[in-house]
Ligand binder design. Structure first.
Ligand SMILES: [Zn+2]
Ligand SMILES: [Zn+2]
Length: 163
């Protein structure tokens, strides 16, 4: 979705360069859905085995500062995307899948006054169980069903839900 030629032009106009690592990160993000910093690092390392974790993380921060990436901080994990259109996210509590959510109407949340805080961004994350996980849960329950095993399995499921 990002024509990297355009990004390159924008950067050059500001006196910056798209280094091979910066370009590799943008290319990886174009094909991945909200990968974590660690996933990005692993992907970059496959192409540039000498890239340190610090370099990847610094490059991610730099790309954010240049306005080329959006960072989503969710469940203690930093994730990134090149989709800069205002949108929210939908996250599956079971498999961790994260999807874009385009809310109709208001895309802001009234947070009121937050004394002492400088607000940088407001992100809304809707949490739930995705259709795939619900379908696989239903499949497991309707498998072969020796009564004791079924009970144990549903215990496990309800523990997962409580987490
Ligand atoms: Zn799921
Ligand atoms: Zn997104």
């Amino acid at each position: 979705m990002h024509p990297s030629g355009l990004i390159e032009q924008q950067l050059r106009a500001r006196g910056h360069r798209l280094t091979p690592q910066r370009r590799a990160i943008l290319e990886f993000l174009a094909s991945a859905s909200h990968p974590s910093a660690e996933e990005i690092h692993r992907a970059i390392n496959r192409r540039f085995p000498m890239t340190s974790r610090a370099t990847t993380y610094n490059t991610l921060n730099w790309l954010c500062r240049q306005g080329l990436l959006r960072e989503i901080y969710q469940g203690g994990v930093r994730r990134y995307e090149t989709n800069l259109d205002p949108h929210h996210h939908l996250v599956c509590k079971r498999c961790g899948k994260l999807e874009d959510l385009y809310a109709r109407g208001s895309t802001t949340v009234a947070v009121g006054k937050l004394p002492g805080w400088t607000v940088l961004a407001v992100d809304v994350t809707v949490q739930g169980i995705c259709p795939d996980c619900q379908a696989s849960g239903a499949r497991k329950r309707s498998d072969k069903r020796p009564a004791r095993r079924a009970a144990r399995r549903s215990d496990i499921i309800s523990q997962e839900v409580r987490k």
